[in-house]
Design a protein around this ligand. Sequence first.
Ligand code: DC
Length: 220
Amino acid sequence: MNKKIITIDGWSACGKSTLAKQLANKLGYVYIDSGAMYRAITLFFLRNSIDLSNTVEVSAALKNINIDFRFNPDAKHADIYLNDENIETLIRDLSVAEKVSAIAAIEAVRTFAVAQQQKMGVNKGIVMDGRDIGTTVFPTAEIKLFMTADSDIRVERRLKELRPKNPQITREEVKKNLETRDHLDSTREISPLRKAEDAIVLDNSHLSMEEQLAFALRLV
Ligand code: DC
């Protein structure tokens, strides 16, 4: 079977990465979490107190960032590394989530990330999730999904994910973070989150993981 590029875009915390991992495992494709790349850049900027309004400082910082994905056999997917450090867990922290949308809106940051993402897709056989994958990164992808889910369900899912590592986190904090990010991600000037014209909408509010996988596999 000819290898394809599958793009999954959509709102925060609606299960894009869960579906992308399932699809990649089922099809023997590579899974790339593009949001993890923006989170990695954010972690680097936070650690080095980069002034976001200083374009020279931002460009210089990007030159010191090396991001790669390495397969983790226990998790059955790739972990993200920033300059040889496994940061898969660190980037899920709320401190990163609170800054990532502002950093992902910077032109130099997007140019840096998109170029790497496009390189990862040259041999196809890839599932990539994010916000602009079907519109900007791979506009000619064979299969494009746009995922959505009820906002209360999304908050509940993200809360469940974050609570084991951060028992203090509140529903309000999570809700506010998702709303703020969705607003910033969909209203920014460069490559805002939007459904590609040829993307298929998948609302998984009331679907099980098996049902959403079956839906996506039928498309493939
Ligand atoms: O998928 P995620 O929630 O981990 O992504 C974190 C942030 O990164 C998201 O709020 C916006 C940004 N992002 C983006 O701008 N473009 C992408 N393709 C993926 C993520």
